[in-house]
Ligand binder design. Sequence first.
Ligand SMILES: [Zn+2]
Ligand SMILES: [Zn+2]
Length: 309
Amino acid sequence: MALPLSCSKRVKEVLSEQHLDIMATKILAPVKTERQILENSMLEDDPNANCAVTQEEKTRPRWGPQHKGAQELANLYSKGKRTQECICVGICLTLMVVNFFFIIFHVRMDNLSTILVAAFCGIVTADFGSGLVHWAADTWGSVELPILGKNFLRPFREHHIDPTSITRHDFIETNGDNFMVTIPFLARMVWDFLTLPADGVERKFTWNCYVFLLAIFVAMTNQIHKWSHTYFGLPAWVVWLQEHHVILPRRHHRIHHVAPHETYFCITTGWLNWPLEKLRFWSILELLIEHTTGYKPRADDMKWAQKGT
Ligand SMILES: [Zn+2]
Ligand SMILES: [Zn+2]
C-alpha cells in the first residue's frame, strides 16, 4: 500500500535526520577512547603506574627505559652521529640569525598582512611536513638499512617503546636532525639576500618569509614534541602555548602513542591531525603502498616492540 505523500515525505526526513545523526556521531567520535589510551600507551603523567589497569602492567610495563629493544636502540647512538648533530645545529642557528637580520632590514609595514598569511602557511606546511616524515619513518624501512636505519630511523623506533627517553635527551640529540633538514633552504635564502638586486629581493620577500617560518617550525618540531612528553617542570609559557593549541598539546599527542601508532603523526602544532584522520589520509596512503610494493606497514616497529622487557 502506497503511503500518503505527506507521510512518505516525513519518513524521508526522519531517515535523513538519522543519517545526519550517524554521520555527526562518526565525525565527532574520539579518535581513541580514554580506555584505549589507558590500556595501550605509556602512562607518562603517572610514573608510579598508579593508574595501571592490569597487575602485569604494574610489574612489567610494556614501555619505558627497561625495555630490551629500547636499550639496544639507545646503545646505537654513536659518536659520529653526535658530531653530525653538533655541526648541523651550529650551521642552522647561524643561518637563522643571519636571515632574521636580513628580514628585519627589508621588511615593509605596508606588506604586513601578506607576510602574516605567508608565515601562517609556513607553520601549517611545517605541521604537514612533520606528519609526512614521521609517518614515513614510523611505517616503512628498518633499523638494518645502511646509513639511514641506524642514524635516522633508530630514534623513531626507540621513541615508541620508550616515549619518555626523549625527555632525557639534551638539546643537540633532540634537535640535530630537524635543524639539518632546514640548512639547504636557509642557505638558499642567505644567497638570495646577498646576490639579488633590490627589486629581486622585494619580489621574493613574501616567499622568503614563508620559508623562514617553515624552517623555524621544522627546526623546533622535535623540541615541541619533547615538551609534549614532559609532564613535570615545563615553563609556564610552554604550558600556555600547549593549552591554547598553538603548539602540540600533551593530551593530543597521547593519541599517536596508542599502539600500534597508526595515526596523529603531525607533531609541530598538531592542527592537521584531526582532518587527516577523518579523511583516512594515512591509511589510504598505506593501502596504496602495500598494494604496489607488498611491504607491510609498521613491520619493523612491531619487531622492536616485541623485544619486550
Ligand atoms: Zn611515532
Ligand atoms: Zn611522541
